[in-house]
Design a protein around this ligand. Structure first.
Ligand code: AMP
Length: 146
């Protein structure tokens, strides 16, 4: 039984592809399907190059933009799935993905093998690799066909 599935998206083509697997498993097991997007924390240069206030405003705009992208993602890909929920959090992607999975007691984490960075590591992108290596919850990583 997969009661709860966590899917992590960076809104890339690779993660869109992986989502199809997360969704079909969720449909099969009638799982709670949580989607997470992590806003990568930039190096903290507040008050060094620019005043605090500009950074706060920028962060607010980034968060609003990310929330809009998440809303569009859910509407486009899974508007008819009743047990869908989503969250957008700032932080280090692999860390936040694992934390969230533990918090919601996920039975499975689904990620793409590659993301927006397009970095082709030996096998995995860096976030996928770190999630696989550090998570105690099973991880399913989906590679897009080239
Ligand atoms: P990457 O390691 O960046 O090539 O991305 C591999 C996969 O990790 C993506 O297909 C997503 O499933 C997930 N991922 C990468 N970055 C993020 C992020 N910022 N938030 C949530 N998931 C992410």
């Amino acid at each position: 039984m997969l009661k709860t599935i966590l899917f992590a998206t960076d809104f890339s083509e690779s993660s869109d592809h992986a989502f199809q697997y997360a969704l079909s498993l969720a449909r099969k097991f009638e799982s709670r399907l949580a989607i997470i997007h992590v806003i990568s924390e930039p190096v903290d240069l507040r008050g060094f190059y620019v005043p605090h206030i500009s950074f706060d405003k920028l962060e607010e705009e980034i968060e609003q933009g990310a929330l809009k992208m998440m809303e569009k993602f859910c509407l486009t890909h899974a508007h008819d799935y009743p047990r869908l929920e989503s969250c957008v959090v700032p932080g280090i992607p692999y860390d936040e993905i694992i934390k969230k999975a533990e918090e919601i007691s996920a039975d499975l984490i689904v990620v793409g093998t590659h993301g927006r960075t397009g970095l082709d590591h030996v096998l995995f992108g860096s976030t996928a690799e770190k999630v696989v290596r550090k998570s105690t919850i099973p991880v399913m990583s989906i590679r897009i066909r080239e």
